[in-house]
Design a protein. Structure first.
Length: 257
């Protein structure tokens, strides 16, 4: 594992996954390869009751690698990224995101696919893709499913970030803690109370059945949005200009086409 740390807790019934690239925990091709490998390992582990995701250091994740969003890389990047979502859905092992600091773009999407999201007061979450002239395929489905269309559309169209308290108010964060230490303590207490006493097998049925509609929507429409991104969006001048402007650290010059 190059950019992922893994710990097994509570007699190996909980897998603690830590994103760790030494800075902003960017979900690049190397980190995604590590995550795919881990998810494959989880698929043959019948004793797992929970998977938790968090970021090493101050931040959960700055998101997917913008360098890998360029026209020539977008198809491969999205295929690998979306593949993680399908695997998490297929596993049906309960998942928790523990969010500190920046949790943006693909980082927020990884958190949103989790069943439960906890945060501390340092957390800021958003889908800033529109600022780069692109859109986030998973979040375009996950946010409406989690918080309803009106609130989701505002976040997706403005690209604004929200605080942990605001995210709790609009419904995608379950609980907000004072700091990372109390976040860890609070989640541990939640695991001991709500997860450890239960059957790993039955938890998977509960996760799968509670997501009947959710998984249907994701499975049906995420491939369509991936195709739209690669075959339509990335053929526009402005999507390529937005990505290139970000990489060149300048303001984009939109042509509106």
């Amino acid at each position: 594992m190059n950019k992922i740390k893994i710990e097994y807790l509570y007699e190996n019934s909980v897998a603690r996954v830590i994103l760790d690239d030494g800075k902003g925990n960017v979900l690049d091709s190397v980190m995604m390869k590590d995550l795919h490998q881990l998810l494959d390992e989880f698929s043959v582990n019948k004793n797992l009751k929970l998977i938790t995701f968090e970021g090493e250091g101050k931040h959960f994740s700055f998101g997917a690698s913008v360098e890998e969003h360029t026209k020539e890389n977008a198809a491969q990047m999205l295929s690998s990224f979306h593949g993680m979502f399908y695997k998490i859905m297929e596993l049906s092992i309960p998942t928790v995101a523990k969010i500190s600091g920046q949790c943006l773009g693909g980082g927020l999407e990884l958190a949103l696919i989790c069943n439960t999201m906890f945060a501390d007061k340092s957390a800021f979450m958003g889908q800033p893709e529109i600022v780069l002239g692109v859109f986030p395929p998973p979040a375009s489905l996950l946010l409406p499913l989690k918080i309803g269309n009106a609130r989701a559309e505002e976040l997706l169209i403005t690209g604004n970030s929200v605080s942990a308290d605001k995210a709790k108010e609009i419904g995608f964060i379950s609980e907000v803690f004072e700091n990372k230490e109390s976040l860890n303590e609070g989640v541990d207490s939640w695991i001991k109370k709500h997860i450890l006493p239960k059957s790993a097998s039955s938890l998977r049925f509960a996760t799968k059945t509670s997501r009947t509609f959710f998984n249907h929507i994701m499975g049906k429409f995420l491939p369509q949005l991936e195709s739209m991104y690669v075959n339509d969006l990335m053929q526009t001048e402005d999507a390529n200009e937005g990505i290139n402007a970000f990489l060149e650290k300048r303001k984009p010059n939109w042509k509106n086409k």
